[in-house]
Write a protein that binds this ligand. Structure first.
Ligand SMILES: NC(=O)c1ccc[n+]([C@@H]2O[C@H](COP(=O)([O-])OP(=O)(O)OC[C@H]3O[C@@H](n4cnc5c(N)ncnc54)[C@H](OP(=O)(O)O)[C@@H]3O)[C@@H](O)[C@H]2O)c1
Length: 409
């Protein structure tokens, strides 16, 4: 949309605020500064600072500039803020450094699951993409390989993300999703941080049709994605959750729901839920002592199994440390898969399923971006016992994309 009389000609040379020159095609006369939220250090929500004078990024070669309309919240934003990604000392305050160096530097704009419109294109990108509505594949991929992602990092951590009015991202990772039945906030709720992780958990564990899968943290972003993806793959998901979510989880596709707050004996509880059928694999997002109990569930009747017991783990919200006896793992041949993000191939597969309408957004509601502290509190406390995702909408986009989903308390 053109804001004033000056519409830049596609390919014209613009000068950005840093004085560099680069070809850029735009849909409008773009502001030099934007509103956004900067994470200024590790710590509490006070480290998230709302500003209206952040320099707007320009799209580099091969990039698109996205005018953000909605960005979904993920647990990783909180964990990165609090520095909860240690890989050596348990008490270390750490961010991702899988590639060697820590890539989270301050100030950083968080927000991985970005939806918006292409507002400008960088060198080498077709100007016809301007105006296109799309969803970001949130990964900062280390290389072009589509089937493997060995050094996971992401927009909102190793580079600026979507908690702002604009973000510049690779054009081939901004996937067009025109579906008019999906509002922008709903599309953000289908973001890759949850869905790609969930799909990768299932893929690495070779989950197939007819298999019975136990899903922990089932009411969350990744859990609700896992339930839907199990059904798409023909597998049968059993949800582990807390009270108040049973009806919604059954409606989403869970075969049965186990209330984790009322379990004394996990083998008994799971057998009751499955009618005595074997659990083929566990998708764990919670960690801690119950991970051990899920291994008990899988190894209880080895002679009756058709496959090796498989455990995919992608989160440890309950506790980052579990005491496991290795004899139990190797004698029972338990296969354990650590999962961080996923691959370009999986992102492409998910985008097709979104376009086909096979994945349903599970959206709790939206907050204005300037209300990020309240959004954080709602997310951390899981106020209202909600299911699925919360999204943040830039204040300038609120009326068009947020108001209909506003969370009042
Ligand atoms: N490795 C990756 O690439 C990757 C990507 C995305 C997320 N993650 C991680 O995966 C986990 C889930 O992410 P998310 O975005 O789905 O988070 P979320 O939306 O906050 O959901 C987490 C769910 O875990 C359950 N839970 C929380 N505390 C628990 C506890 N103490 N014991 C048992 N269950 C508990 C709750 O579900 P119920 O009340 O229903 O049990 C909660 O809804 C997080 O740890 C996140 O950091 C990892």
């Amino acid at each position: 949309m053109q804001i004033d009389g000056h519409a830049p000609v596609p390919g014209e040379i613009r000068e950005n605020e840093r004085g560099k020159q680069q070809p850029m095609s735009t849909e409008q006369d773009l502001p030099d500064a934007m509103m956004g939220v900067q994470l200024v250090g590790h710590g509490g929500v006070d480290q998230l600072v709302v500003r209206d004078d952040i320099p707007r990024p320009d799209p580099g070669p091969g990039q698109v500039l996205v005018r953000v309309t909605a960005t979904a919240k993920n647990n990783t934003d909180r964990k990165a803020r609090e520095g909860l990604y240690p890989v050596e000392g348990e008490d270390d305050v750490e961010s991702f450094r899988v590639g060697g160096e820590a890539t989270l530097t301050f100030p950083r704009i968080q927000g991985a699951d970005v939806v918006g419109r292409v507002a400008a294109v960088g060198e080498g990108v077709d100007a016809a993409r301007i105006g296109e509505r799309g969803l970001l594949d949130f990964n900062l991929y280390p290389d072009r390989r589509a089937h493997i992602n060995l050094v996971p990092d992401y927009y909102g951590h190793g580079a600026d993300g979507g908690y702002a009015e604009y973000v510049a991202v690779p054009s081939d990772q901004f996937h067009a999703v025109p579906n008019p039945d999906l509002r922008d906030a709903e599309l953000a709720a289908l973001g890759m941080c949850s869905y790609q992780t969930a799909l990768h958990m299932l893929t690495v564990a070779s989950v197939g049709a007819g298999e019975r899968i136990l899903v922990t943290g089932a009411s969350g972003g990744v859990g609700t994605a896992l339930i839907q993806l199990c059904r798409i793959l023909g597998a049968i998901p059993y949800a582990v959750s807390s009270p108040g979510r049973e009806a919604a989880l059954l409606e989403l596709g869970a075969e049965a729901v186990i209330d984790r707050t009322r379990v004394d004996d996990w083998c008994e509880a799971v057998n009751a839920a499955t009618g005595g059928e074997i659990i083929d694999a566990v998708m764990d997002l919670v960690g801690g002592e119950t991970t051990n109990r899920f291994i008990d569930v899988m190894i209880q009747r080895m002679g009756e199994r058709r496959t090796y017991p498989r455990l995919s783990i992608a989160g440890a919200g309950a506790d980052n440390v579990t005491r496991i006896m290795w004899t139990r793992i190797y004698l029972y041949q338990v296969q354990i898969f650590g999962v961080s993000h996923g691959t370009r191939d999986e992102a492409a597969r998910l985008v097709e399923w979104i376009r086909d309408g096979r994945l349903r957004p599970v959206l709790h509601g939206a907050f204005k971006l300037s209300d990020i502290h309240r959004a954080e509190a709602c997310f951390v406390n899981r106020a209202n016992n909600y299911l699925g995702k919360i999204v943040l909408v830039p204040d300038s986009q609120w009326q068009a994309h947020g108001e209909a989903f506003a969370i009042e308390n």
